[in-house]
Design a binder for this molecule. Structure first.
Ligand code: ADP
Ligand code: 5GP
Length: 194
């Protein structure tokens, strides 16, 4: 992590255990709020069906990721579910310098890092599933990950859920339409306050 990011701009961080439904909600948010600049993270995890390289993530090798860590290319990076994930420092620096509203999808380590760097200018919205049972159903229903990956994600979700109350906003994704309205209203408030 580095502390060199420029002190302007607004950062909205979405944080949710895998399978909660954050990609579903984010897809709609991005369409309805083109003024939000989406941070495309780098990851070493395999691309899923339907995902696009350079749009959802930059899919890179572990060696490339490690070279980027050494070059200080990331404002924050973490190992999540046995893979590397990292946020581009230049994206954040340039976006904040121009006073833009930036949108991130980060795990709890990434959310903590952004709060540490940006304080109140980073607004972290934690999204949780109604229950672990629902989360498991969603992960299995999505059918994008092998069984052992789902097990690992469920195990991590139990840990991440203990952090649900530590952030700026908390949404339960019980019903997509309702949860989306809540998310859109929080984001609209943040954009007004920018
Ligand atoms: P995430 O990005 O958090 O890992 P996804 O957006 O991929 O999660 O959602 C996981 C699965 O759950 C998908 O199949 C999605 O269609 C489904 N889903 C999302 N939100 C809900 C909801 N509120 N109720 C039921 N299923 C949902
Ligand atoms: P997925 O593999 O399901 O897309 O993402 C797994 C987890 O990694 C999610 O919790 C997601 O929020 C997180 N994640 C995605 N990009 C980044 C990033 O750049 N940094 C950090 N710390 N976490 C990330």
């Amino acid at each position: 992590m580095t502390e060199t990011a420029h002190p302007k701009g607004r950062l909205i961080v979405i944080c949710a255990p895998s399978g909660t439904g954050k990609s579903t909600l984010l897809e709609r948010l991005k369409k309805e709020h083109p003024e939000l600049h989406w941070s495309v993270s780098c990851t070493t995890r395999p691309i899923r069906p339907g995902e696009r390289d350079g749009v959802d993530y930059h899919y890179i090798t572990p060696a490339d990721f490690e070279a980027r860590i050494a070059r200080n290319d990331f404002i924050e990076w973490a190992r999540v579910h046995s893979n590397y994930y990292g946020t581009s420092l230049s994206f954040v620096n340039e976006g904040t310098k121009e006073g833009k509203a930036l949108l991130f999808d980060l795990d709890v380590q990434g959310a903590d890092a952004m709060k540490k760097i940006f304080g109140a200018r980073a607004h972290v919205i934690f999204i949780r599933p109604p229950s672990i049972d629902d989360l498991e159903k969603r992960l299995r229903g999505r059918a994008t990950d092998p069984a052992h990956v789902i097990e690992e994600r469920l195990k991590n979700a139990r840990i991440e859920l203990t952090r649900a109350h530590d952030y700026d906003s908390l949404i339960t994704n019980d019903e997509v339409e309702r949860a989306y309205k809540e998310l859109a209203s929080i984001v609209a408030g943040q954009l007004k306050g920018r």
